[in-house]
Structure formats: C-alpha cells, structure tokens
Design a protein around this ligand. Sequence first.
Ligand code: NAD
Ligand code: ZN
Length: 380
Amino acid sequence: MKAVVYKGPNSVKVEDVPDAKIERPTDVLVRITATNICGSDLHMYEGRTDFEVGRTFGHENMGEVIEIGNGVDAVKIGDRVVLPFNISCGFCKNCERGFTNYCMTTQPDPVGAGAAYGFAGMGPYPGGQAQMLRVPYGDNNCLRLGEDAIEKQNDYVMLSDIFPTGYHATEMAGVIPGDTVVIYGAGPVGLMAALSATIKGASKVWVVDRRPDRLALAEQIGAIAVDDSKTDPVQFVLDQTKGIGADRGCECVGYQAHDPQGTEDPAMTLNRLIQSVRITGGIGVVGVFLPADPGGFDENAKQGKLAIDYGLQWLKGQSMGSGQCPVKKYNRQLRDLIAVGKAKPSWIVSHEIPLSKAVDAYKNFGDRTKGWTKVILKPE
Ligand code: NAD
Ligand code: ZN
C-alpha cells in the first residue's frame, strides 16, 4: 500500500510499504478515506523529534472498516469510523477512569505520553497517512459514524484529534456559560478551543496569534482576534475586563510552535496566561511542551524546564490542567453536535490534497507564510 514515509528532516516520500493487516483478534482494519496533517506532524517532519526514518505519519484518521478480527463485536465491516489519535485498551487502570490518553496497555512506559498512530515518543504504531491502517482494540478505538459520514467527512475527521483537543483545553480551564476566555494560538487547535468555548456559551472569546489568515478564521466564529505582533495581549484583555482578567485561558501554542529560531521565551504564553486570567480562574494547556526541540531557545527548554511565574499563579489561586487529550471522553458528544449541524469544524480546512501529493502538502503546510491552515490528505 502507499504511505507517507518520513525520510529525514524536511523530507517525506509517498512510497510502497507492507500492507496493514489484522495481527490480533481484537484488531480492526480500516481503509483510510481522510487523514489530516497536524501541526505536530511538522515538528517530526522538521526533524525536531526522534521520529524514526522509515515510519509512516498520520494520527488524525478516518475511514471504512474492511476487515475485523474474530474478537471484535461492536464494529462491523462497512462501518464508517473516525479514530481517536490515542490508542487505548479500555480496560487498564487509566482507561477505566477515562484517561485513554495514558493507556498502560498500549504504552507501558509509566512516564510516557500514551500511545498514538505515527507519533514520536508514543509507541511503535504506524500512522494512517496511508491507504490502510490497523486499529488495535478496534471496539474501543473506532467511533462509528452515521449515514452522513461521507457528506460531512471533513467535519468528522476533526474528531480524531483537534476538535476534542480544543474542547479538552476548555474543559481543563473550566469554561462554563457566560465565561470570558482567552486563547493563545489560532492554529487548528486554538481555533477548535475557540469553537468549543463558543459552543459552551462563553460570553467573550479572545484569540491571540500573529498570523492574519488564522486570526481571520477566529473572527468568523465571533471571537475577538488579538494580533500580538501589534498589541500587548495581556494589557488588551485586562483593559477589556476592567483590569480583572479573563475567567479562563487556554494554551494552544506549545513551545515548539514559537518562532522556529527559538529567540522567543517558550514560557511566554504560559506567563501571559497567568497574567491575563483572573484570580481563581482556570487555565488549560494542550500545547505540547515535550519532547520536541523548541528551536534551541536554551538547554533547559529542550527538557521542558521553563521559567514559569509560579509565584503569581499561586498568589492568584489559579488552577491549571495539562497533557494529551483523552479523545474518547468527548468524541461521541462532539460527533452528535456535528450530526445536527451545531458544530462545523471543517471551516478551518484550507486544502484537500490526494495522498499521492503529500510531498507538496508537507512543503506548503510547513511554510508558515503560505496560509495553509488545515490540510486533509485523501488516499485515491
Ligand atoms: P500550530 O503550530 O498550527 O499553531 C500554533 C499557533 O500558535 C500558530 O498559528 C502560531 O502562529 C501561534 N503562535 C506562536 N507563538 C505564539 C505566541 N507567542 N502567542 C500566540 N500565538 C503564537 O499548532 P496546532 O496544530 O494548532 O497545535 C497547537 C499545539 O497543540 C501544538 O503544541 C500541538 O502539538 C498541540 N497539540 C496537543 C494535543 C494534545 O492532546 N494535548 C493534540 C494536538 C495538538
Ligand atoms: Zn494532531
């Protein structure tokens, strides 16, 4: 089968790899129909992680079930399914409590960040930027879709990662109806956090970034765009809240997404959140702070040791949640919002590209001046 394979820094190829196949009775085999390129793929693509040469990318996948192991019950051949990027068993101590992002069966490393398809540091699993994907524990890891699966494919595929991840940021921040919310990062994840805050009934949402194309997308759903290359975002939020600060804040940048040259303090967004969220407010951090090299800011930053103003956070009594998103916790409800037309996450899709053109897609998506916000690859 064809797959998008990592060849070394800034290089991918679409080449033949061994067909994915059923290996265990609990596996499901999926023919991929849509697979996104994610901002996280760029960090691996650009060579800032230990992603192995020869591995297939792709953790944002959906498709059609074409074969099932004889231990699979719920999923049937022909089902259209979207796959959480987390690969989880459903029965370990963490999964039982809903923390499928820290499954102990699929990723036994006790300090690991869970398991995922095609992801550095998250187990040996190949990615889904390919014609087929083996889904371990298929009953647990396939979310089945309805009749509109094909028609709304560009919406449903966002359930694999970024929509639940944006939602998770707002959950960890504790967003409730009427809250004001400041979001750092207008990438796909930040935009999904803005959408989620809006769905939850936030009274005001600010989105901070410096890319005009992305800020314009935030405005399309009613958020207030704050360009931090022109405006001090902390002062802006304080000015609009009588000096009190936003009720909630979300970090959707992560330290690798800061300027690739590494001249900007990677703790900047966290410190700005602490400054612009009110006393006793909440902050949700989904931006990744390990394991990629944040562009060489300094040696400490490479290990995730950042100069965070913990004293101010303590003084303000703020809460902060962090980590990978447990996609299964939210994907069913978010699917049903898409189904009835109350959420349309595909508004951020800038490009749909055949899988065979993935080399160009990576090049253009990686060129951050080009306005490629979200790219969906479609295997022919
Ligand atoms: P992205 O790189 O496309 O977007 C990041 C955005 O942040 C860019 O638009 C960039 O211009 C902006 N930015 C850079 N520095 C900034 C600053 N100082 N202030 C405000 N904005 C700034 O990434 P993405 O795909 O949207 O993902 C965002 C983060 O979320 C990444 O770290 C990604 O790895 C992470 N992520 C986490 C999870 C999870 O489960 N926790 C899942 C998916 C992605
Ligand atoms: Zn992703």
